[in-house]
Design a protein around this ligand. Structure first.
Ligand code: FDA
Length: 304
Protein backbone atom coordinates (compact mmCIF):
# COMPACT_ATOMS: atom_id res chain seq x y z
CA UNK A 1 0.00 0.00 0.00
CA UNK A 2 2.73 2.43 1.06
CA UNK A 3 4.81 1.54 -1.96
CA UNK A 4 1.80 1.97 -4.28
CA UNK A 5 1.20 5.40 -2.79
CA UNK A 6 4.83 6.40 -3.04
CA UNK A 7 4.90 5.25 -6.68
CA UNK A 8 1.90 7.48 -7.46
CA UNK A 9 3.45 10.36 -5.53
CA UNK A 10 6.82 10.29 -7.29
CA UNK A 11 5.24 9.79 -10.72
CA UNK A 12 3.03 12.79 -9.94
CA UNK A 13 6.10 14.86 -9.03
CA UNK A 14 7.90 13.69 -12.17
CA UNK A 15 5.16 15.30 -14.27
CA UNK A 16 5.09 18.59 -12.39
CA UNK A 17 6.34 21.20 -14.83
CA UNK A 18 6.95 23.93 -12.22
CA UNK A 19 9.18 21.68 -10.14
CA UNK A 20 10.97 20.40 -13.23
CA UNK A 21 11.66 23.96 -14.35
CA UNK A 22 12.80 25.05 -10.89
CA UNK A 23 15.08 22.03 -10.46
CA UNK A 24 17.08 23.02 -13.56
CA UNK A 25 18.33 26.01 -11.56
CA UNK A 26 19.12 24.06 -8.38
CA UNK A 27 21.95 21.94 -9.80
CA UNK A 28 21.93 18.23 -8.92
CA UNK A 29 20.21 18.06 -5.52
CA UNK A 30 18.39 15.53 -3.28
CA UNK A 31 20.95 12.83 -4.02
CA UNK A 32 20.41 13.00 -7.78
CA UNK A 33 24.18 13.16 -8.33
CA UNK A 34 24.32 9.47 -7.41
CA UNK A 35 22.22 8.56 -10.45
CA UNK A 36 22.88 11.47 -12.84
CA UNK A 37 26.44 11.82 -14.17
CA UNK A 38 26.76 15.58 -13.85
CA UNK A 39 25.27 18.76 -15.15
CA UNK A 40 27.70 19.34 -18.00
CA UNK A 41 29.29 17.50 -20.90
CA UNK A 42 32.71 17.83 -19.20
CA UNK A 43 31.47 16.18 -15.99
CA UNK A 44 29.80 13.41 -18.00
CA UNK A 45 33.03 12.66 -19.94
CA UNK A 46 34.91 12.06 -16.68
CA UNK A 47 32.23 9.60 -15.46
CA UNK A 48 31.98 7.70 -18.76
CA UNK A 49 35.74 7.40 -18.95
CA UNK A 50 35.81 5.92 -15.42
CA UNK A 51 33.14 3.38 -16.41
CA UNK A 52 34.89 2.46 -19.68
CA UNK A 53 38.11 1.86 -17.76
CA UNK A 54 36.22 -0.78 -15.76
CA UNK A 55 35.04 -2.52 -18.97
CA UNK A 56 31.57 -1.03 -18.67
CA UNK A 57 30.23 0.37 -21.93
CA UNK A 58 27.62 3.13 -21.86
CA UNK A 59 24.63 4.72 -23.50
CA UNK A 60 24.30 8.45 -22.87
CA UNK A 61 21.07 10.31 -22.34
CA UNK A 62 21.15 14.10 -22.40
CA UNK A 63 18.21 14.67 -20.08
CA UNK A 64 15.23 16.72 -21.13
CA UNK A 65 11.46 16.67 -20.61
CA UNK A 66 8.39 18.73 -21.47
CA UNK A 67 9.52 20.22 -24.72
CA UNK A 68 6.76 22.56 -25.85
CA UNK A 69 8.31 24.57 -28.68
CA UNK A 70 10.28 23.83 -31.83
CA UNK A 71 13.06 25.94 -30.41
CA UNK A 72 13.38 23.68 -27.35
CA UNK A 73 13.30 20.57 -29.53
CA UNK A 74 16.02 22.02 -31.77
CA UNK A 75 18.12 22.70 -28.66
CA UNK A 76 17.64 19.08 -27.54
CA UNK A 77 18.61 17.85 -31.02
CA UNK A 78 21.76 19.97 -30.93
CA UNK A 79 22.60 18.57 -27.47
CA UNK A 80 22.19 15.00 -28.76
CA UNK A 81 24.51 15.76 -31.69
CA UNK A 82 27.04 17.40 -29.35
CA UNK A 83 26.93 14.27 -27.20
CA UNK A 84 27.74 12.07 -30.22
CA UNK A 85 30.59 14.43 -31.16
CA UNK A 86 31.98 14.29 -27.62
CA UNK A 87 31.82 10.47 -27.65
CA UNK A 88 33.80 10.45 -30.89
CA UNK A 89 36.30 13.16 -29.96
CA UNK A 90 37.02 11.72 -26.50
CA UNK A 91 37.12 8.11 -27.73
CA UNK A 92 34.38 7.05 -25.30
CA UNK A 93 32.71 3.67 -25.65
CA UNK A 94 29.10 4.77 -25.65
CA UNK A 95 25.90 4.78 -27.63
CA UNK A 96 23.21 7.47 -27.39
CA UNK A 97 19.65 7.19 -26.07
CA UNK A 98 16.99 9.76 -27.00
CA UNK A 99 13.32 10.43 -26.32
CA UNK A 100 11.03 11.52 -29.13
CA UNK A 101 9.12 13.95 -26.89
CA UNK A 102 12.42 15.77 -26.39
CA UNK A 103 12.81 16.03 -30.15
CA UNK A 104 9.38 17.56 -30.66
CA UNK A 105 7.08 14.63 -31.51
CA UNK A 106 4.16 16.29 -29.70
CA UNK A 107 4.65 19.49 -31.66
CA UNK A 108 5.13 18.28 -35.21
CA UNK A 109 5.79 14.69 -36.25
CA UNK A 110 7.77 15.53 -39.41
CA UNK A 111 9.92 18.05 -37.56
CA UNK A 112 10.72 15.35 -35.00
CA UNK A 113 11.57 12.82 -37.73
CA UNK A 114 13.91 15.37 -39.31
CA UNK A 115 15.60 15.96 -35.96
CA UNK A 116 16.07 12.19 -35.62
CA UNK A 117 17.52 12.08 -39.13
CA UNK A 118 20.13 14.72 -38.24
CA UNK A 119 21.08 12.76 -35.12
CA UNK A 120 21.27 9.47 -37.02
CA UNK A 121 23.36 10.97 -39.81
CA UNK A 122 25.89 12.16 -37.24
CA UNK A 123 25.83 8.76 -35.51
CA UNK A 124 26.28 7.01 -38.85
CA UNK A 125 29.29 9.18 -39.66
CA UNK A 126 30.85 8.04 -36.38
CA UNK A 127 29.61 4.41 -36.74
CA UNK A 128 27.58 4.84 -33.60
CA UNK A 129 24.13 3.60 -32.56
CA UNK A 130 21.09 5.50 -31.28
CA UNK A 131 18.30 3.99 -29.24
CA UNK A 132 14.88 5.60 -29.00
CA UNK A 133 13.72 5.18 -25.38
CA UNK A 134 10.10 4.13 -25.02
CA UNK A 135 7.93 6.63 -23.15
CA UNK A 136 4.34 6.32 -21.95
CA UNK A 137 1.64 4.43 -23.87
CA UNK A 138 0.40 7.69 -25.37
CA UNK A 139 3.62 7.79 -27.39
CA UNK A 140 3.99 4.05 -27.99
CA UNK A 141 2.45 3.67 -31.45
CA UNK A 142 3.97 6.82 -32.87
CA UNK A 143 7.41 5.75 -31.58
CA UNK A 144 7.20 2.37 -33.35
CA UNK A 145 5.85 4.05 -36.43
CA UNK A 146 8.72 6.58 -36.57
CA UNK A 147 11.25 3.86 -35.84
CA UNK A 148 10.05 1.83 -38.81
CA UNK A 149 10.19 4.88 -41.05
CA UNK A 150 13.75 5.66 -39.93
CA UNK A 151 14.84 2.03 -40.39
CA UNK A 152 14.11 2.39 -44.12
CA UNK A 153 17.19 4.63 -44.27
CA UNK A 154 19.19 3.91 -41.13
CA UNK A 155 20.41 0.63 -39.67
CA UNK A 156 21.93 2.28 -36.60
CA UNK A 157 18.67 2.83 -34.73
CA UNK A 158 16.63 0.67 -32.38
CA UNK A 159 14.08 1.08 -29.63
CA UNK A 160 12.71 -0.40 -26.43
CA UNK A 161 9.95 -2.91 -25.74
CA UNK A 162 8.07 -2.72 -22.42
CA UNK A 163 7.03 -6.09 -20.98
CA UNK A 164 4.07 -4.63 -19.07
CA UNK A 165 2.24 -3.94 -22.35
CA UNK A 166 -0.22 -6.61 -23.50
CA UNK A 167 0.64 -5.80 -27.13
CA UNK A 168 4.41 -6.15 -26.69
CA UNK A 169 4.67 -9.76 -27.87
CA UNK A 170 2.65 -9.20 -31.03
CA UNK A 171 4.41 -5.94 -31.87
CA UNK A 172 7.82 -7.46 -31.30
CA UNK A 173 7.14 -9.97 -34.06
CA UNK A 174 6.94 -7.00 -36.45
CA UNK A 175 10.33 -5.76 -35.27
CA UNK A 176 12.36 -8.77 -36.36
CA UNK A 177 15.94 -7.79 -37.17
CA UNK A 178 15.78 -4.61 -35.11
CA UNK A 179 17.97 -4.39 -31.99
CA UNK A 180 15.66 -4.03 -29.01
CA UNK A 181 16.20 -3.14 -25.39
CA UNK A 182 13.67 -5.09 -23.37
CA UNK A 183 12.48 -3.61 -20.06
CA UNK A 184 9.64 -4.14 -17.60
CA UNK A 185 8.25 -0.61 -18.19
CA UNK A 186 8.54 2.53 -16.06
CA UNK A 187 5.27 4.43 -16.50
CA UNK A 188 1.88 4.10 -14.86
CA UNK A 189 -0.37 2.54 -17.48
CA UNK A 190 -4.02 1.61 -17.47
CA UNK A 191 -5.09 -2.00 -16.76
CA UNK A 192 -6.72 -1.81 -20.20
CA UNK A 193 -3.31 -1.87 -21.88
CA UNK A 194 -0.79 -3.16 -19.35
CA UNK A 195 -0.21 -5.91 -16.78
CA UNK A 196 -0.37 -4.49 -13.28
CA UNK A 197 1.19 -7.29 -11.26
CA UNK A 198 4.90 -7.97 -10.91
CA UNK A 199 4.52 -11.72 -11.51
CA UNK A 200 2.76 -11.22 -14.86
CA UNK A 201 5.21 -8.52 -15.94
CA UNK A 202 8.21 -10.68 -15.01
CA UNK A 203 6.77 -13.66 -16.93
CA UNK A 204 6.16 -11.56 -20.01
CA UNK A 205 9.61 -10.00 -19.66
CA UNK A 206 11.29 -13.43 -19.82
CA UNK A 207 9.00 -14.47 -22.68
CA UNK A 208 9.94 -11.42 -24.78
CA UNK A 209 13.65 -11.86 -24.10
CA UNK A 210 13.49 -15.51 -25.20
CA UNK A 211 11.50 -14.74 -28.37
CA UNK A 212 13.84 -11.96 -29.44
CA UNK A 213 16.98 -13.98 -28.74
CA UNK A 214 15.67 -17.13 -30.44
CA UNK A 215 14.76 -15.01 -33.48
CA UNK A 216 18.50 -14.31 -33.80
CA UNK A 217 18.07 -10.65 -32.87
CA UNK A 218 20.47 -8.52 -30.88
CA UNK A 219 18.88 -8.12 -27.46
CA UNK A 220 19.62 -5.74 -24.62
CA UNK A 221 18.25 -7.05 -21.34
CA UNK A 222 17.75 -3.95 -19.20
CA UNK A 223 17.02 -4.76 -15.58
CA UNK A 224 18.44 -4.63 -12.06
CA UNK A 225 16.54 -7.79 -11.17
CA UNK A 226 19.03 -10.53 -10.27
CA UNK A 227 16.32 -13.23 -10.66
CA UNK A 228 15.79 -12.26 -14.29
CA UNK A 229 19.52 -11.92 -14.92
CA UNK A 230 20.15 -15.43 -13.53
CA UNK A 231 17.39 -16.85 -15.77
CA UNK A 232 18.78 -15.09 -18.83
CA UNK A 233 22.28 -16.42 -18.12
CA UNK A 234 20.89 -19.94 -17.85
CA UNK A 235 18.79 -19.57 -21.00
CA UNK A 236 21.62 -18.29 -23.20
CA UNK A 237 23.83 -21.09 -21.91
CA UNK A 238 21.23 -23.78 -22.68
CA UNK A 239 20.42 -22.34 -26.10
CA UNK A 240 24.07 -21.62 -26.91
CA UNK A 241 23.31 -18.03 -27.77
CA UNK A 242 26.59 -16.28 -28.47
CA UNK A 243 27.63 -13.53 -26.11
CA UNK A 244 27.86 -11.04 -28.94
CA UNK A 245 24.11 -11.39 -29.55
CA UNK A 246 23.05 -9.81 -26.27
CA UNK A 247 24.03 -7.45 -23.51
CA UNK A 248 22.86 -6.50 -20.05
CA UNK A 249 21.98 -2.91 -19.27
CA UNK A 250 21.52 -1.09 -15.97
CA UNK A 251 21.10 2.50 -14.94
CA UNK A 252 24.01 4.61 -13.75
CA UNK A 253 24.37 4.43 -9.97
CA UNK A 254 22.24 1.29 -9.50
CA UNK A 255 23.65 -2.08 -8.41
CA UNK A 256 27.17 -1.02 -9.36
CA UNK A 257 28.71 -4.16 -7.86
CA UNK A 258 26.49 -6.38 -9.98
CA UNK A 259 27.32 -4.30 -13.07
CA UNK A 260 31.00 -4.88 -12.40
CA UNK A 261 30.66 -8.59 -11.70
CA UNK A 262 28.74 -9.17 -14.95
CA UNK A 263 31.46 -7.31 -16.87
CA UNK A 264 34.12 -9.33 -15.05
CA UNK A 265 32.32 -12.54 -16.05
CA UNK A 266 32.75 -11.47 -19.66
CA UNK A 267 29.21 -10.29 -20.41
CA UNK A 268 28.72 -7.05 -22.25
CA UNK A 269 27.41 -4.65 -19.60
CA UNK A 270 26.08 -1.30 -20.74
CA UNK A 271 25.37 1.48 -18.27
CA UNK A 272 22.64 4.00 -19.13
CA UNK A 273 24.21 7.33 -18.18
CA UNK A 274 21.90 10.33 -17.92
CA UNK A 275 23.41 13.78 -17.67
CA UNK A 276 22.38 17.42 -17.92
CA UNK A 277 20.48 19.98 -15.90
CA UNK A 278 16.98 18.61 -16.61
CA UNK A 279 17.31 15.81 -14.05
CA UNK A 280 14.17 16.11 -11.90
CA UNK A 281 11.62 13.95 -13.77
CA UNK A 282 14.18 11.21 -14.45
CA UNK A 283 15.10 11.10 -10.76
CA UNK A 284 11.47 11.08 -9.59
CA UNK A 285 10.73 8.10 -11.91
CA UNK A 286 13.62 6.20 -10.34
CA UNK A 287 12.25 6.94 -6.85
CA UNK A 288 8.82 5.74 -8.01
CA UNK A 289 10.23 2.43 -9.25
CA UNK A 290 11.79 1.45 -5.99
CA UNK A 291 10.83 2.97 -2.66
CA UNK A 292 14.23 1.93 -1.25
CA UNK A 293 15.76 4.44 -3.65
CA UNK A 294 14.23 7.12 -1.48
CA UNK A 295 17.20 6.57 0.83
CA UNK A 296 19.24 8.17 -1.97
CA UNK A 297 17.08 11.24 -1.69
CA UNK A 298 17.21 11.33 2.09
CA UNK A 299 20.99 10.98 2.09
CA UNK A 300 21.08 13.57 -0.67
CA UNK A 301 19.45 16.14 1.58
CA UNK A 302 22.71 16.14 3.51
CA UNK A 303 25.03 16.11 0.52
CA UNK A 304 26.40 19.41 -0.64
P1 FDA B 1 12.43 -4.20 -10.43
O1 FDA B 1 12.37 -2.75 -10.04
O2 FDA B 1 11.18 -4.89 -10.84
O3 FDA B 1 13.10 -4.99 -9.26
C1 FDA B 1 13.05 -6.40 -9.17
C2 FDA B 1 13.93 -6.86 -8.04
O4 FDA B 1 15.30 -6.60 -8.34
C3 FDA B 1 13.68 -6.15 -6.72
O5 FDA B 1 12.61 -6.70 -6.04
C4 FDA B 1 15.02 -6.33 -6.03
O6 FDA B 1 15.11 -7.62 -5.47
C5 FDA B 1 16.01 -6.20 -7.17
N1 FDA B 1 16.48 -4.82 -7.35
C6 FDA B 1 16.02 -3.94 -8.24
N2 FDA B 1 16.69 -2.77 -8.14
C7 FDA B 1 17.59 -2.94 -7.17
C8 FDA B 1 18.57 -2.09 -6.58
N3 FDA B 1 18.77 -0.84 -7.00
N4 FDA B 1 19.32 -2.60 -5.57
C9 FDA B 1 19.12 -3.86 -5.13
N5 FDA B 1 18.20 -4.70 -5.63
C10 FDA B 1 17.45 -4.25 -6.64
N6 FDA B 1 11.52 1.93 -18.97
C11 FDA B 1 10.73 2.40 -19.96
O7 FDA B 1 9.51 2.42 -19.80
N7 FDA B 1 11.28 2.87 -21.13
C12 FDA B 1 12.62 2.84 -21.36
O8 FDA B 1 13.08 3.25 -22.42
C13 FDA B 1 13.47 2.33 -20.32
N8 FDA B 1 14.82 2.29 -20.47
C14 FDA B 1 15.59 1.66 -19.51
C15 FDA B 1 16.97 1.49 -19.70
C16 FDA B 1 17.72 0.80 -18.77
C17 FDA B 1 19.19 0.59 -19.01
C18 FDA B 1 17.10 0.26 -17.60
C19 FDA B 1 17.89 -0.54 -16.58
C20 FDA B 1 15.77 0.47 -17.38
C21 FDA B 1 15.00 1.18 -18.31
N9 FDA B 1 13.64 1.40 -18.10
C22 FDA B 1 12.88 1.89 -19.12
C23 FDA B 1 13.06 1.19 -16.74
C24 FDA B 1 12.42 -0.19 -16.60
O9 FDA B 1 11.24 -0.25 -17.36
C25 FDA B 1 12.06 -0.48 -15.13
O10 FDA B 1 11.12 0.47 -14.70
C26 FDA B 1 13.24 -0.42 -14.18
O11 FDA B 1 14.40 -0.99 -14.73
C27 FDA B 1 12.88 -1.17 -12.88
O12 FDA B 1 12.67 -2.52 -13.11
P2 FDA B 1 13.81 -3.65 -12.93
O13 FDA B 1 13.64 -4.60 -14.04
O14 FDA B 1 15.15 -3.01 -12.84
O15 FDA B 1 13.53 -4.39 -11.57
Amino acid sequence: MISALSKEFFLFLSKNRTLNRAAKKWGLKLGASQVVAGNSIEAMIVKVRELNEKDLVCTLDHLGEFVSSKEEAATATAAAIRTLEAIEKEGLNSHLSVKLTQLGVDIDREFCVNNMRSILETAQKFKNFVRIDMEDYLHYKITLNILQELRETFQNVGTVMQAYLFCAEEDMQKLQGIPLRIVKGAYKESPKVAFQHKKEIDENFMKLIKIHLLGGNYTAVATHDHHIIAKVKQFVEEQQIPRDQFEFQMLYGFRTEMQQSLADEGYKMRVYVPYGSDWFAYYMRRLAERPQNVSFALKGLFLK
